[in-house]
Ligand binder design. Structure first.
Ligand code: HPA
Ligand code: ZN
Length: 340
């Protein structure tokens, strides 16, 4: 790699993929107020500024309370479409070529919104983004782990007619006290139906939850996974399996998983041979999209261009694209690094 460009411009321009992104977490206050207005919904905050002031979280639950409130203004298919397209336009400007996007249907179906309204709105935006901007994407349906397994099972049934649009199921929401083992049956059923599986584990919860996600839910990736570092044997197993961990630096900072970015474990994880990627999680709430995550963690940990290149390469390799699509994006990455 040549050296004439700054690391900032290298980060902004390098082709990359996003593998850990909640679509409801991309809902920017400006769009939230606009959609609330057209749906005649009164938000409990008087202004965008007042809402943004509430974005001061001490832990995951603090954030989730506000995140679920924000999603309540989404009523019509058009609302889901607008939110999704607005995210895709944003990442187009950041050289994100591929995105694997979580959605939380239970947030909406529990409020009486139809599953079809949610998924049609999101999916149509993905189709349009592919056509207009060439961005490829996959959808991952998450189950809310603070709800019970029966609710997850009903959600899985609702998703079956849309099987071709959804690559995997995942597990998110309040982690502590809601171990992966509670969802063993619904994940088993999802795998039988042909879905891949992923799960949030080891964000706030213990390393043991990561083991459960691997052994009971048979995941293809772990979302977050920071707490794996508490257990050397688990680290060895994750390295040996080359199990991808979708790490989210700014999320970890905003939810107090780390006290400052300089103490973020990303570099240690890389040094140990863990298969990590960098992701934005809920960018509208955590103060940065994918490039800001790369930029800030690079600065805090003094990552090299080669580290950034490895993270970008991992993001394509750990994706759920098929081998030929992966090859195409990896070739674009190689082309880029030749110029830089
Ligand atoms: N963790 C768990 N659940 C979530 C998150 C997260 O970071 N974002 C949205 N739902
Ligand atoms: Zn997440």
């Amino acid at each position: 790699m040549k050296n004439q460009f700054s690391i900032e411009s290298f980060i902004k321009k390098i082709p990359k993929a996003e593998l850990h992104l909640h679509i409801e977490g991309t809902f920017e206050p400006e769009l939230m107020f606009k959609i609330a207005k057209r749906n005649n919904i009164k938000l409990r905050y008087q202004s965008i500024e007042e809402l943004k002031e509430a974005y001061n979280f001490s832990n995951l639950q603090d954030f989730l309370d506000i995140y679920y409130q924000g999603a309540e203004v989404l009523i019509k298919e058009q609302d889901f479409y607008d939110m999704t397209l607005s995210y895709l336009e944003k990442i187009y400007s950041q050289n994100v070529l591929h995105a694997e996007i979580f959605f939380d249907p239970q947030i909406h179906t529990d409020r009486g919104i139809k599953f079809s309204t949610v998924i049609n709105g999101i999916y149509n935006a993905l189709v349009d983004a592919k056509e207009k901007m060439g961005i490829t994407s996959k959808l991952i349906m998450c189950f809310l782990r603070h709800l019970d397994e029966e609710s997850a099972m009903r959600t899985l049934k609702q998703a079956l007619p849309y099987k071709d649009w959804i690559i995997a199921v995942g597990l998110d929401s309040s982690e502590i006290g809601n171990p992966p083992s509670r969802f063993k049956k619904v994940f088993e059923q999802a795998r039988k139906e042909g879905f891949l599986t992923v799960a949030h584990a080891g964000e706030e919860g213990p390393a043991e939850y990561i083991r459960e996600a691997l052994n009971l839910l048979k995941v293809s990736r772990i979302d977050h996974g920071n707490r794996a570092l508490d257990d050397e044997n688990l680290v060895m197993e994750l390295v040996q399996k080359q199990m991808p961990l979708t790490v989210c630096p700014l999320s970890n900072l905003k939810l107090a998983v780390v006290d400052k970015l300089e103490n973020h474990p990303l570099k240690i994880m890389m040094k140990k041979g863990l298969y990590v990627t960098v992701n934005s999680d809920d960018p509208a709430y955590f103060g940065g999209y994918l490039n800001e995550n790369y930029l800030e963690v690079q600065k805090a940990l003094n990552l090299t261009k080669d580290d950034i290149y490895k993270l970008a390469r991992n993001s394509f390799q750990a994706s759920f694209l098929d081998e030929s699509e992966k090859r195409k994006l990896l070739d674009e990455l190689e082309e880029f690094t030749k110029q830089y």
